[in-house]
Design a protein around this ligand. Structure first.
Ligand code: ADP
Ligand code: MG
Length: 376
């Protein structure tokens, strides 16, 4: 049994706040290019129980980590190593944005798979951001907190992620995917009623995370920036749909062409998926998801054999669509299937993984859940 807040800190908590992980339906690496993404909140959430303290210390315990609670002085320089970097980074980022937060004791508990490309880091950041502002009685806008959480990860943890994960965790709504313009931060809730269409969305966590991921992220970012520079635009986002062919021809360099082609076609795919969802044609997004996967695999080169295996096996078992989701080099695949096909997809994937000697994948079905919120 996990210890309660009272068992860890010897007093009751003052409140509970929670924030979900997310899965990105389409729009991968588009946030690096100031373009559109379409994530939804998954049912798994990170919950933070918290109580304020009179000093300037954060007392931190994660039920996903062994060991005692740690104490971190908010006035000491730097950010600690390990998982406590995330909550401390959020406190620092809130203060850097002008929000006074005091000391607090926090117990964090999560069902979001960690390191599976489902954004356990943003779920943790957003739940902590809500808890600290909630305790301090500070009112903030959801997107403002998302930006503060992103800044926490970028500047204080040191991970150069885009805004998608935190925006999804803060701003998603039940029954909807979130269309987010990562440049203007304009957003719109797009209805996604899977059950009414007789469909399920499966998330298959490959349970692998290849080391290449971190260096490749910076490398892909530099390629996108180089392509934008060569085309004389602020970001690849600015290449209009009817200018894609000319832009690619102008780039010349074969690798740069493939990188840019992924971004430019992916941007179009997001808008096409939104158009179909708006007209209630959920099943028809399947082929677009598949095209998105092939583009990430062949042009952007961020997939891996485990992800490709899930996608190919899912399609061979009758799934309507499947694609890797998140940064790639491991992590998860999102699969769209008819209700009746879901269990076949899962068992075929498990057998394929066993045949290839991969460790077993973990699959679950998901519906768009609510974003971050205070809990009773
Ligand atoms: P992802 O966000 O895809 O799950 P990341 O590598 O971005 O993967 O973030 C994972 C890191 O976030 C973990 O290594 C850990 O430091 C931190 N983290 C996330 N959730 C928790 C949790 N419940 N308890 C402790 N640390 C967590
Ligand atoms: Mg993360």
């Amino acid at each position: 049994m996990s210890p309660s807040f009272a068992e860890v800190f010897g007093r009751p908590c003052e409140g509970r706040w929670s924030a979900p992980g997310r899965v990105n339906l389409i729009g991968e690496y588009t946030d690096l290019n100031e373009s559109f993404v379409l994530p939804l909140a998954i049912g798994q959430r990170t919950t933070v129980e918290a109580a304020s303290r009179p000093d300037r210390v954060l007392g931190l315990k994660s039920l996903q980590q062994d060991g005692e609670a740690v104490e971190v002085d908010l006035d000491a320089p730097g950010v600690p190593g390990g998982w406590s970097a995330y909550p401390v980074a959020v406190a620092r980022s809130l203060e850097a944005s002008g929000f006074a937060v005091g000391g607090a004791d926090l117990v964090c508990d999560s069902q979001v798979p960690i390191g599976a490309g489902l954004s356990s880091s943003a779920a943790l950041e957003c739940a902590v951001a809500l808890a600290l502002t909630g305790l301090a009685g500070v009112k903030t806008d959801a997107m403002e907190l998302a930006r503060i959480a992103q800044r926490a990860e970028n500047e204080f943890v040191g991970v150069p992620c885009g805004i998608m994960d935190q925006a999804a965790s803060m701003c998603c709504e039940e029954g909807h995917a979130l269309l987010l313009d990562t440049r203007s931060l304009e957003r719109r809730q797009v209805p996604l009623d899977l059950a009414a269409a007789g469909l399920v969305l499966l998330v298959v966590d490959t349970r692998v995370k290849h080391d290449l991921g971190e260096s490749a992220y910076g490398d892909r970012r530099r390629s996108c920036e180089a392509a934008a520079r060569a085309l004389g635009v602020r970001a690849l986002r600015d290449v209009p749909p009817d200018g894609v062919q000319a832009a690619l021809a102008e780039l010349g360099d074969e690798e740069l062409v493939r990188r840019a082609r992924h971004v430019l076609t992916e941007q179009a795919r997001v808008l096409e998926v939104v158009r179909l969802l708006d007209s209630g044609r959920i099943a028809d997004i399947g082929p677009i998801l598949v095209a998105g996967h092939r583009s990430l695999r062949d042009d952007f080169e961020v997939s891996c054999v485990e992800l490709d295996t899930v996608v190919e096996v899912a399609l061979a078992t009758g799934a309507l669509g499947a694609r890797m989701t998140g940064g790639g080099f491991g992590g998860s695949v999102v699969v769209l299937a008819e209700v009746g096909a879901a269990s076949d997809v899962v068992s075929a994937t498990e057998s394929a993984f066993a045949d290839k000697g991969f460790s077993p994948p973990v699959a679950f079905s998901t519906v768009p859940g609510p974003g971050a919120r205070a809990e009773r």
